[in-house]
Design a protein around this ligand. Structure first.
Ligand code: PMP
Length: 406
């Protein structure tokens, strides 16, 4: 039986108080808290074998290199990728998408080509493609959604054309919680001759993925939304694509030989990892993956579903509360608005009660525009949240209403 109270002990930060109240941390879609296993792994690295990697012959450098490459292998296994060199460490999902846009994109797109994304993308999966369109003369097209936050899949067939080069799609929407039918989208895109980049930033902490089964060409995620450190993320790319792509940044580690006349590049994944990487971050991410696997993604997903169900039912009893994003089978993101109260005021008063949620556009302004809202309030659940915390959220919401509406 999954008991979040037991797992909470692994997260020291959850014991702290905010404004004299016990912290109720419900901003997990923005970033998750870190378990002791991750904190310990980073600290152990700094205490025992901190050194630069791949270069030194000395013991510390070799140990650091082994731990760094060991973390890469953990990511490979976690994603079900066929080859370890298909895993490139980046600063996060954002950098991974920019890498693909600036390397693969610049060499594969020309004027008149098309990029297809969805109506619920995070800005990180919109702006890099717009920048690429400006550089190449390509055009950005959008798969629309309905008011539940479900993509209009019947439109995909005519939106995909012979000019579509890439489809960029989020597996889980950070603003709505929708889990998109990426398998179907990948199948349709490939049939049309397009490549597919899946944004897994919100997905990997909730949904098991398998690159071989999924068949996507690129997949990105950030460590910090998976109970790992900030500043470390992953680009997965199919080996043949990555091998053919030009490098992203130039510098140390990404070269084989440098002369002033000509430089030859290293093989993948190093070709895309110029400069000293976030060594402790990668090691911390490896520890986060071990941690998530020890808890079990199926257990985490089932627990979060229970919390979401409780929140959804509890919301029926709150007058004037409207849930934004009601797709069937959605992930544990509970976005809402309260009639007559600005989401920022909700966030501020909830904070004074110790309840941390996010209020704003969630880096998905087009989603806010679609719903004619300036912002929403968003509670998002993780493995350590409890039913009691869901109740605390609603008590705080009722307090907001009392303050504003009486
Ligand atoms: N895509 C989605 C769906 C996200 O939720 C986020 C983070 N909010 C990102 C991309 C970007 O992730 P990061 O800021 O860690 O690069």
């Amino acid at each position: 039986m999954f008991d979040p109270h037991l797992w909470r002990r692994q997260f020291p930060i959850l014991e702290r108080k905010v404004h004299g109240k016990p912290l109720v941390y419900l901003d997990n879609a923005a970033t998750t808290q870190k378990p002791l296993a991750v904190l310990d792994a980073e600290r152990y690295y700094f205490e025992h074998f901190n050194a630069n990697i791949h270069r030194g012959v000395h013991a510390l450098s070799q140990e650091a290199s082994e731990a760094f490459e060991g973390a890469r292998e953990k990511v490979r296994a976690f994603l079900g990728a066929a080859h370890v060199e298909e895993i490139i460490f980046t600063r996060g999902a954002t950098e991974a998408i920019n890498l693909v846009a600036q390397t693969w994109g610049r060499t594969h797109l020309e004027a008149g080509d098309e990029i297809l994304i969805s109506a619920m993308e995070h800005h990180a999966n919109i702006v890099p493609w717009q920048m690429l369109c400006e550089m190449t003369g390509a055009r950005l097209k959008v798969i629309p959604m309905d008011e539940r936050g479900v993509l209009l899949m019947d439109q995909v067939d005519h939106l995909l054309t012979a000019r579509t080069r890439l489809v960029g799609i989020t597996l889980v929407s950070n603003a709505l919680g929708t889990v998109n039918p990426v398998v179907e989208i990948i199948r349709k895109a490939h049939a049309a001759g397009a490549r597919v980049l899946v944004d897994g930033a919100q997905a990997v902490a909730h949904v098991a993925v398998d690159m071989v089964a999924l068949g996507c060409d690129f997949f990105v995620f950030s460590g910090h939304k998976l109970y790992g450190p900030t500043g470390i993320g992953v680009l997965y790319g199919k080996k043949d694509l990555l091998t053919a792509m030009p490098p992203y940044q130039g510098g140390g580690d990404m070269i084989l030989q440098v002369t002033f006349e000509k430089t030859t590049y290293n093989q993948i994944p190093y070709k895309f990892e110029a400069g000293t990487p976030h060594i402790s971050g990668a090691i911390g991410l490896g520890a986060a993956i071990d941690f998530v696997r020890s808890v079990g993604l199926e257990n985490i997903a089932a627990h979060e579903d229970r919390l979401l169900q409780e929140a959804t039912e509890r919301a029926q009893r709150v007058n004037g509360l409207r849930i934004i994003g009601t797709a069937p089978g959605k992930a544990s993101i509970f976005s809402f608005v309260l009639e007559g109260i600005h989401p920022h005021d909700i966030g501020t008063i909830l904070d004074s009660e110790g309840v941390a949620i996010r209020s704003g556009h969630h880096c998905a302004m087009p989603v806010m525009d679609y719903f004619h809202l300036p912002a929403t309030a968003r509670a998002s659940f993780a493995l350590y949240n409890t039913l009691e915390e869901v109740e605390s959220l609603f008590q705080a919401i009722e307090r907001v209403q009392k303050l504003f509406l009486n």
